[in-house]
Design a protein around this ligand. Structure first.
Ligand code: MN
Length: 258
């Protein structure tokens, strides 16, 4: 199996290195990842400047391509130009930080997997909820265990787009309690901004550690992760609200309606 590995934390990130080690068990891994930290880049791509690619040796473990662009650029460029043939699987991560709820929209890690899905390739995003005792080798083992199951289930097929999160280890729960398949939380972040006056006299704003969203009454990726479970959420990139479609289509569009 040919695997394309990407991330949004940059090609030197410990989560990517740990995941690379585990992925070699499944096949031949090509790494094409951002040169620099690209967290929360979402699905942005580079249009107005060229993309520069460097060959880098990482952790004395692999040779990869670093790209001075976004996560989605990396997967698109790999599939269109860098790789001699399309991979069988696109993997993104392991991100340093959970990607649950609305963070899925901001996430560059998820965007790289979504880009793989644009190519009709099975694609998986892996993220690790951060905490005091995070060990990316342990979380990579969890990711490998998920992949083992997906292979056994013959689930690595076009159209498979999964968002997987690994819970943070705690003193009382060093390992995940299990795995749950859950939907995405819709609770919104309660961000705040720290304000300072810059040396130029202008006010600047820096987003602060967001307060946790209110998850009361939810059964979602966010609550299952907090409860200590590996979460698996199938995604799709069609943003159409199918439920609302007939209603909106029935509105009086003032003579423009079909
Ligand atoms: Mn990140």
């Amino acid at each position: 199996m040919k695997i394309l590995l990407c991330n949004d934390d940059g090609i030197l990130a410990p989560g990517l290195i740990a995941l690379y080690r585990v992925l070699t068990r499944f096949g031949q891994v090509s790494v094409v990842a951002p040169e620099t930290q690209q967290s929360a880049a979402g699905h942005s791509i580079t249009l107005h400047t060229p993309l520069r690619v460097s060959h880098v040796r990482v952790a004395d473990l692999f040779d990869g391509h670093s790209v001075d662009g976004r996560p989605a650029d990396c997967v698109k460029l790999a599939c269109r130009a860098l790789l001699t043939e399309l991979p069988d699987l696109v993997v993104s991560g392991i991100n340093a930080g959970a990607n649950v709820g609305v963070n899925v929209i901001y996430s560059g890690t998820v965007a790289a997997a979504v880009e793989g899905a644009f190519f009709k390739l099975p694609s998986i995003a892996f993220s690790q909820q951060m905490g005091d005792a995070v060990d990316f080798d342990a979380s990579a083992d969890c990711c490998g265990r998920v992949l083992d199951r997906l292979i056994a289930l013959e689930a690595l097929r076009p159209g498979l787009l999964l968002n997987v999160n690994v819970p943070r280890p705690t003193a009382t729960r060093p390992r995940p309690l299990g795995l749950r398949v859950v939907g995405q939380s819709t609770a919104v972040m309660r961000d705040s901004y720290t304000t300072q006056i810059g040396p130029d006299g202008r006010t600047y704003y820096w987003i602060s550690n967001p307060e946790a969203p209110d998850l009361t009454g939810e059964d979602s990726d966010a609550t299952a992760l907090d409860a200590g479970y590996v979460t698996v959420t199938p995604l799709h990139f069609d943003l159409t609200n199918r439920e609302a479609l007939p209603d909106v289509a029935g509105w009086n569009w003032g003579g423009w309606g079909g």
